[in-house]
Ligand binder design. Structure first.
Ligand SMILES: *[C@@H]1O[C@H](CO)[C@@H](O)[C@H](O)[C@H]1NC(C)=O
Length: 281
């Protein structure tokens, strides 16, 4: 049986569907409008300058109150207000040239001065408007990046008293000094110092460099990746002194080699950043 609609109902249906269409159209328009207003606001472009083009990065994101485009597409160089460089990837023959007026350059470098030797020098750094490196003089310093948190320096759960250390030294014939390093070819000449020291004072060396004592079997596996594990920290806390020599000697370049002995109550025998000072309280 056919459903008969009165003219009136037909009219109402027609009105409703037209209304829906208008709504849909309006909603779509505002949506497009808000999208175009976003793209209008993209007035900053940041370019990550990298040689590695195997991955593409191109994203619109919030930069503070503004909206900006961040990309590693080199063809955007001319349009970029800021170019970002990552220290370890820098190649001196691969800088974007010529540099445009008013273009800001920023450098992030978190690694040892040994790995990219030209980076810490003023002649090089002068080309950047902002830097973030281990130097406290950089715009956003990473000087304490190897100290997990300040409160680590006052935790005492790992500390061991002198009498306990003496017992370990006597009963387990531990040396007073510990050395745990794999890299035996450093610019700072760390290995030469330790080799000489070993002629005068017993030093327990567990790492690949000047090795003379084995780590317990349970710790041998992959210890380099667990340098802050409680097992390693307790193990090292039994010593009185620890060799803490950076692989590169450079002002403010301070790694876990310095912080770790302090966290576990062992006196660091330190050579590295000249900005380290001892204050006897
Ligand atoms: C950014 O650094 C370059 C090179 O040192 C310099 O010529 C330029 O004036 C700097 N720009 C600003 C805005 O400070």
């Amino acid at each position: 049986m056919r459903i008969k609609c009165s003219r009136r109902i037909k009219l109402v249906i027609l009105c409703l569907s037209s209304l829906c269409l208008v709504c849909l159209f309006y909603w779509n328009m505002t949506r497009l409008d808000s999208q175009s207003s976003i793209s209008l606001e993209v007035n900053s472009e940041l370019l990550w300058w990298t040689q590695d083009m195997s991955w593409r990065y191109d994203e619109i994101r919030h930069c503070g109150l503004k909206i900006c485009r961040v990309t590693n597409n080199r063809y955007r160089f001319r349009h970029s207000q800021m170019v970002l460089f990552y220290g370890s990837n820098l190649k001196l023959y691969d800088f974007p040239m010529p540099r445009y007026d008013n273009q800001l350059w920023a450098l992030l470098h978190e690694e040892s001065p040994r790995n990219v030797p030209f980076v810490p020098h003023d002649d090089f750094l002068q080309h950047f408007n902002f830097t973030s490196t281990f130097s406290r003089y950089s715009s956003i310093p990473l000087t304490t990046q190897y100290l997990p948190q300040a409160s680590d320096l006052t935790r005492s759960d790992i500390h061991m008293g002198l009498s306990s250390k003496n017992v370990y030294q006597h009963d387990m014939s531990l040396a007073p000094v510990v050395f745990l390093q794999t890299d035996c070819n450093t610019i700072s000449g760390r290995e030469d110092y330790v080799r000489e020291l070993m002629k005068h004072i017993p030093v327990d060396s567990y790492g690949g460099c000047l090795h003379n004592r084995d780590l317990p079997e349970s710790m041998q596996n992959d210890y380099l990746n667990h340098l802050y594990s409680p097992t390693i920290l307790h193990f090292l806390a039994r010593y009185k002194f620890m060799i803490a020599i950076e692989n590169g000697v450079c002002e403010d370049y301070i790694t876990e080699k310095f912080w770790r002995p302090l966290i576990i109550g062992v006196i660091p025998i330190y050579f590295g950043s000249t900005s380290i000072r001892v204050r006897i309280l």
